[in-house]
Design a binder for this molecule. Sequence first.
Ligand SMILES: C[S@@+](CC[C@H](N)C(=O)[O-])C[C@H]1O[C@@H](n2cnc3c(N)ncnc32)[C@H](O)[C@@H]1O
Length: 404
Amino acid sequence: MLNGAVLPEPEPSLCRALAADFRDVGYTAEAVRAAWGDAADDAIARGLRSPADRALGVRDDALAVLGRLLVLGMPQAAASVDRALARTGADGLVRLGLASVSGGEVAPLAVVRPQSFTAPFESGQWWIASDLDEAALGGPLPEDHVLGVGGASLTLAGLQLSTPAARGLDIGAGCGIQALRARAHVDHVVATDISERALGFTRLNALLNGVDGIDVRLGSLFEPVAGEQFDRIVSNPPFVITPRVADVPAYEYRDGGMVGDDVVAAFVQGVGEHLAPGGIAQLLGNWETRDGEPGLDRVRAWVETSPVALDAWVVERESLDPLSYAELWVRDGGTQAGMRGFSGLVDAWIDDFASRNVTEVGFGYLLLRRPLAGAPTLARYERLAGSTAGGEPGRAPRRRPRCP
Ligand SMILES: C[S@@+](CC[C@H](N)C(=O)[O-])C[C@H]1O[C@@H](n2cnc3c(N)ncnc32)[C@H](O)[C@@H]1O
């Protein structure tokens, strides 16, 4: 199943108008959360939108209309949308590829959620457009779903270095959250993705938030930046380990199409030649413990066989046994509705792990640095104490606490 043919249409003046409308309405994460309350707001992240809708009741003010339309993904009367978005109107949302109008009703084609962000010494507020999620769709996600801001997105955004740099690269930009975050400290950022749809959202979100200096490029991993070097590279890559068999959905947002943890290995071994001397890459990843060899030792081997010598600081935050990992990712995205059914999908994951003698899957953060000169001096591989509760790779914390 794929999304419809409508792509986000990042038209600059319309994006500016929409941002001005949002400012006028006071469309912020805090205001929306206050409008329906903390419990209902948390329920949206678990895929449940009715508590928020019920809390709004019959309210028809601009904040309530935008909350229903653009956070919960519920159709609204065109007249109410025209009132809520005085400059953009329902027609503007249609021209941006964010909604369709029929019979006096506006149906959202995307969510546009206000997102507050806090990191040590920094905070910010963005509006982030992305595809309708499970709460909005009320069912499984299409395989080309473009992810909004989830727990993993915020983890990496919070880990990003906040010292100045000239050139940055975000691989697997999705809605563009990491590129936006990087631009706070990096003069120019190249944002890549294999999804044209994702790059449309990245451009639209940059315009909506008044952020320039982000160029988008279509292509896999390092292909779009062949021969180029960067001072900063960030990636929340599609690292979810997925069986390569029929009838297992291949979600673009979480699955790089490779076997096991190969996508993380490919990143580690390919990143060195794209780092300028002194440049730093930061990414999230999963790694397998195979044949008794701990996942962190395998990551160390990837670093040590990189064609460009790298300093490394790798933290394994959590780990899961294969069954728990399978259940977590079968539930994510509503995949249990597929041809194989829930237990058939879990079996596919278990068979896949068994074929490589995988006994554990680690999740964590990698910081890789190309030394300014000379040989690497940092090789730190650590496992956080008590780190066995649950992994938070690609997506938002949903049914289990996967990420802060
Ligand atoms: C987990 S999402 C991360 C999105 C966003 N950067 C964030 O932090 O929320 C991974 C992204 O990688 C993209 N992707 C998948 N395979 C890729 C590949 N081979 N090369 C580059 N990007 C890829 C997906 O389309 C998706 O947008």
